[in-house]
Design a protein around this ligand. Structure first.
Ligand SMILES: Cc1cc2nc3c(=O)[nH]c(=O)nc-3n(C[C@H](O)[C@H](O)[C@H](O)COP(=O)(O)OP(=O)(O)OC[C@H]3O[C@@H](n4cnc5c(N)ncnc54)[C@H](O)[C@@H]3O)c2cc1C
Length: 486
């Protein structure tokens, strides 16, 4: 039995506490913020998350899946809202499989309560880690109410303290690689209310997306009939020349004017960013131009925009994730990614599951071997899901409204339906299997190359939907390329 300090009682720290305590270790969780069960620490930043297959695998292994199942809403498809208010529903899987929407705050509360039921877990709130002595697994915490500091020695320390990780900062004083890349987009939460009678205003079993190239809004259902939405928008306004913009993915294929709302005439088009959309008039004009169809669904959209905090998005890559048998990073502290695959938390949950499996394999007294294997196994997967997430950003923002992309999805759906043992689309591999991210990414890149050639076949775009002969030829060609590229 080891004494373990977990820094951070968020989504990953709380699940990790359950895993380790169930193995018999003495676990202390130190969380900087107040207890979310007694204070609304998520106000204005509530964000709904999707739990996918690998998240469920970990929750099941920790024995808390049934508790979490009570607070989720199943989501079977993407529902695209175009500029004219037209809807297109694209299922996530041909077998009608679902991912699950859950409130981040509710999930955190449930997992903290599950952790606290275990007699060997102790939760400490308002305790901010301000330093770590890595060689001695000793953390210094500062209480944000009393300002008192305490030095806590353990056998092993886990940094589950998210993207700004203090544990990672301590590791960075040594031989440590680190990169942080902010993407151009920031985000704000938007709450979509239910109808007066509590029924939802949109199909709750869909992830609703308003793809607008420079902007994107999405909404995920809550159990109360409302939705929690997120508006993604560039941090700063940008001027784009027509030549530069036409090089952008999907640009040439978008119907209608390429940039509604941007000024026309000579010179570059200007796209507002959070920095230039600040007054009631600017915000109203922005939503009327880009999200007019969402305004009746969210009557106080402008107020919410002005009220809710703006947050940024970054990709953090670092390594090594471990320090001898003493310290390890886990979750966003090790691999903060952009949220466009909805996999950040799922990846963190998979970290916990892999660690637990390694403890099963090597025993609970061999932490040097366990942590070394954990870092080696998970780091490439952390990098792969970072790449996949950026890729899905482009897909959601630009491509979901592209008829060629929609055709590709249909062709892949047919290939999967007819040859499930040979063709599993990338999205399904990431969301509906435990395939390591690194393998899924490699396979997805192979599919890209094949589909590029398939979509270039004469007549495919015009005739695939209506001509069974073209469908057969496409299928033959795709499988031939698949076999040939193995
Ligand atoms: C808009 C958005 C949408 C997302 N959607 C999805 C999704 O659909 N599916 C998905 O899987 N993921 C999603 N994610 C990612 C997901 O939120 C994160 O991957 C997940 O929260 C990571 O959990 P964590 O516990 O590692 O870090 P965090 O959730 O950040 O928790 C870290 C905890 O550590 C505490 N802490 C920080 N510093 C200290 C310190 N010095 N001392 C003590 N405590 C500290 C923090 O207060 C916090 O409670 C989304 C993220 C965003 C921003």
């Amino acid at each position: 039995m080891k004494s373990i300090t977990i820094v951070g009682g968020g989504l990953v720290g709380s699940l990790l506490a359950i895993f380790l305590a169930k193995r018999g270790h003495k676990v202390n969780v130190f969380e900087r913020r107040a207890d979310p069960r007694t204070t609304n620490v998520y106000a204005g930043r509530s964000i709904n998350l999707v739990v996918s297959h690998r998240g469920w695998t970990a929750l099941k292994a920790a024995g808390v899946n049934e508790t979490v199942e009570r607070i989720v809403v199943p989501v079977y498809a993407r529902m695209m809202h175009d500029r004219d208010g037209q809807l297109t529903r694209v299922p996530y899987s041909i077998e009608n499989r679902a991912i699950h929407s859950v409130s981040r705050g509710e999930l955190n509360k449930v997992l903290l309560s599950e952790a606290e039921k275990l007699p060997n877990v102790h939760l400490h709130f308002h305790e901010q880690c301000v330093d770590v002595d890595l060689d001695n697994a000793r953390c210094t915490f500062k209480n944000d109410i009393t300002s008192a500091t305490a030095s806590i020695k353990a056998d092993v320390v886990f940094g589950a303290d998210g993207a700004p990780s203090a544990v990672r900062q301590a590791m960075a004083r040594g031989r440590f690689n680190f990169s942080q890349e902010f993407i151009e987009h920031d985000y704000k939460e938007v709450a979509f209310p239910a109808n007066a009678d509590g029924t939802p205003k949109m199909d709750p079993q869909c992830l609703h997306i308003w793809p607008r190239r420079y902007y994107m809004m999405m909404g995920l259902a809550n159990q109360d009939g409302g939705f929690t939405g997120t508006l993604f928008m560039p941090h700063t306004a940008s001027a784009v020349t027509p030549q530069a913009s036409s090089r952008n993915a999907g640009a040439a294929k978008q119907p209608g004017p390429a940039y509604p709302g941007s000024h026309s005439g000579p010179g570059p088009a200007v796209y507002p960013g959070f920095d230039t959309v600040r007054t009631v008039a600017e915000v109203t004009a922005f939503f009327q131009t880009h999200f007019a169809d969402a305004m009746p669904i969210v009557p106080d959209l402008v107020d919410q925009y002005l009220r809710n905090p703006q947050s940024n998005l970054a990709i953090i890559r670092c390594g090594p994730w471990t320090h001898r048998d003493k310290v390890a990073l886990i979750g966003d502290a090790a691999h903060a990614i952009v949220p466009f695959y909805g996999e950040g938390m799922n990846a963190g949950y998979e970290d916990c599951k892999v660690l637990n499996d390694l403890l099963n394999e090597h025993g609970d007294d061999n932490w040097a071997m366990v942590l070394d294997a954990y870092g080696k196994q998970r780091k490439p997967n952390g990098d792969a899901i970072a790449d996949l997430s950026m890729r899905n950003f482009v897909e959601m923002r630009d491509l979901v409204a592209d008829p060629r992309f929609i055709l590709r999805k249909k062709i892949e759906g047919r290939l999967q339906a007819k040859h499930p043992d040979q063709w599993l689309p990338l999205y399904s591999q990431v969301k509906f299997t435990d395939t390591p991210y690194v393998d899924a990414l490699r396979e997805g890149q192979r599919h890209d190359r094949i589909m590029e050639q398939v979509l270039a076949m004469p007549g495919v775009e015009e005739k695939w939907e209506s001509d069974p002969a073209v469908q057969r030829e496409v299928e033959r060609k795709a499988l031939e390329l698949l076999t040939g590229s193995k």
